[in-house]
Design a protein around this ligand. Structure first.
Ligand code: PMP
Length: 440
């Protein structure tokens, strides 16, 4: 039998660090990384044949659970008609219509145009280029602990992966490029005001995760997104709302949709560009950026901003996205929210019973754990915790058949497939894991 250790050793000989995305190496929790061969519903199965209840969810796309039959069927059907055409398809326009329709909330149109790309990184990278073209300005503001993909200008203090490996940014980014990005503390509007005052007429855009979820969960203060939008617009800049992780996951129209509907946060604000990824492709490589026609039509060939992709709007990915959104009904969101409530509550109870100091940063179905006593509002808070309690907690959960994100700086992802048996397995595993965290 091939073991996870065999698989990791084989990969390390031919793939840098043995992985194609750093967090998969289990750098911060140690131990042998899982090598997965199958995933279905709420579970993943490793190369040894061990099945785990999965709380990674492919880092977000698996809203319906893994390998939802309708999504798999849609991909199979699309594959039978051809894998990639390098030309337009009817389905990509249909997907754009579906997304634009979803982003019309309480009479407000969030976006009027949608450009499909393949990764969240491309979506945010292109959004920044469009914002610079639209404003003829050069600087970009991001928040510490927010991750927007791995393009050069957006890697400063970018949370999860970098936090896991204790890197402030990435080698290979020229200082001249890094200098065009201003990094500010999250949930701090005074810092944003000060940046606009210090760089008059130079800030093209502020990019923000709709809910911070890449340094553990960093929930926005209730009026933060609205007030940020107001401030950005007052200074002639654009607001890029990064919903790669939250879009179609925290609600049918993402975090903005929840705010526009008056369910959380504040109504009465609209971002200029919104980026999507993860759920929009239902597990296939698909992402997008949307916005008003006047802004998105700056993209070539309608306008002067160049962006392209051999596999953009790939028919298999679009089929998976359409099938996923079709199945992402209000009932699905209710189930995901309820499952998150069950797990977050049990996590709190288990840690409290074991006497482990903790908080559970949370925004709707997104939550994480932080081993500290005070609420987590920004990246400095997220890093100021007893992070060493997480590895023994993680490994105890794994022993009990639950696959958690292999870093304390990641959110836990529930799905509509986390039914009662799956939740019971998680709940049964928590007390021993909490004890392991207590004795760390
Ligand atoms: N933005 C956010 C908020 C993300 O969470 C991520 C990925 N975790 C990205 C952008 C980048 O997406 P991708 O990994 O598809 O490039």
């Amino acid at each position: 039998m091939t073991t996870n250790a065999d698989a990791a050793a084989r990969a390390r000989a031919v793939i840098p660090g043995g992985v194609n995305s750093p967090v998969r190496a289990f750098g911060s929790v140690g131990g042998t990384p899982l090598s997965i061969v199958a995933a279905r519903g709420a579970t993943v199965t490793d190369v040894e044949g061990t099945e785990y209840v999965d709380l990674v969810g492919s880092w977000g796309p698996a809203l319906l659970g893994h390998a939802h039959p309708d999504v798999v069927a849609a991909v199979q059907e699309a594959a039978a008609r051809g894998l990639s055409f390098g030309a337009s398809t009817p389905a990509e326009a249909e997907l754009a219509e579906v997304v634009i329709d979803r982003l019309t909330v309480a009479g407000t149109r969030g976006i009027e145009r949608l450009r499909l790309v393949s990764t969240g990184t491309e979506a945010t990278m292109t959004a920044i280029r469009v914002a610079r073209a639209a404003t003829a300005r050069d600087l970009v503001v991001k928040f510490a602990g927010h991750y927007h993909g791995h393009s050069d200008g957006l890697l400063a203090e970018a949370g999860s992966g970098l936090a896991t490996f204790a890197l402030p940014g990435s080698a290979g980014v020229p200082p001249e490029i890094a200098a065009l990005t201003l990094v500010l503390p999250y949930n701090d509007l005074d810092a944003v005001r000060a940046a606009f005052a210090q760089h008059p007429g130079r800030i093209a855009a502020v990019i923000v995760e709709a809910v911070g979820a890449n340094a553990g969960v960093l929930a926005p203060d209730p009026s933060f997104n609205r007030d940020l939008a107001g401030l950005v617009h007052e200074h002639g800049a654009l607001l890029i709302l990064d919903e790669v992780l939250t879009g179609f996951r925290v609600g049918p129209a993402g975090r903005w949709g929840l705010e526009a509907a008056g369910l959380v946060g504040e109504t009465g604000w609209t971002p200029d560009i919104v980026t999507f990824g993860k759920v929009i492709g239902g597990g296939m490589p698909l992402a997008a950026l949307g916005g008003r026609a006047g802004i998105l039509d700056l993209l070539a060939p309608a306008g002067p901003v160049y962006q392209a992709g051999t596999l953009s709007g790939n028919p298999l990915a679009v089929a998976a996205g359409l099938a996923t959104l079709r199945n992402a009904t209000p009932d699905v969101y209710a189930r995901v929210d309820a499952a998150a409530e069950v797990v977050a509550t049990a996590l709190h109870e288990a840690l409290a019973a074991a006497g482990v100091t903790h908080v559970i940063p949370r925004a709707g179905s997104l939550f994480s754990v932080a081993f500290r006593s005070d609420a987590v509002r920004d990246y400095a808070d997220a890093r100021d915790q007893e992070a060493w309690r997480y590895p023994p907690f993680f490994h105890a959960m794994r022993e009990a058949g639950v696959s958690l994100p292999p870093s304390v700086f990641e959110a836990w992802f529930l799905s509509a497939a986390h039914d009662e048996p799956a939740l019971d397995r998680i709940l049964a595993a928590l007390p021993a894991a909490a004890s392991a965290a207590a004795s760390a």
